[in-house]
Design a protein around this ligand. Sequence first.
Ligand code: BEZ
Length: 210
Amino acid sequence: MGMPLIGDKFPEMTVVTTHGVMNLPKDLKGKWFILFSHPADFTPVCTTEFHAFQQLYPQFRELNTELIGMSIDQIYSHIKWIEWIDANLNTKIEFPLIADHGQVAEMLGLVHPGAGSSTVRAVFFVDPEGTIRAILYYPAELGRNFDEILRMMKGFQLADKEKVAIPANWPNNELFGSDVIVPPARTVKDAEARRGKEGCLDWWLCHRSI
Ligand code: BEZ
């Protein structure tokens, strides 16, 4: 089996975390979750990332979304690093962190050629049915933008609920502000009905407020 892709089910796995053993995605059925990897504990960019992600954790929980970190590190290293972050940055990491021996990284395709033996900075967005909805890969030298990760989660949930699509830079799109995109017409009759309709620049480009 190759690396999972968008639309695949998240592979079933039993993992050891700082909160105990978890079975993924089974234990989180009914919730969204974001599994993100980092290259290594006690490294500067990763430390800034954990601090940033924890700041947004309450907002993710409001979105019925759990966070799970992971790297190829021992559980003792994770525990010491989390203690360090708390003691030095006054940030309690509340989400679990997987201690991987390489199996999780292998299943998710997290060690890339040319990037050494550590995991890249990956982000998997998984929906309440266990389906992978998006995957991001960043290299070690570039920390992630967690506001964008939050925006993506809000976008997925809105798109699912309203059966719409999300425009560029939403909710501050340069053309349509916070409006969303109505799916294009699929029949000639629908296309004709949309011409000249409010919110439609053409039959295939309609937006609406939410
Ligand atoms: C960092 O998190 O600072 C880092 C991790 C691995 C390689 C380079 C930088």
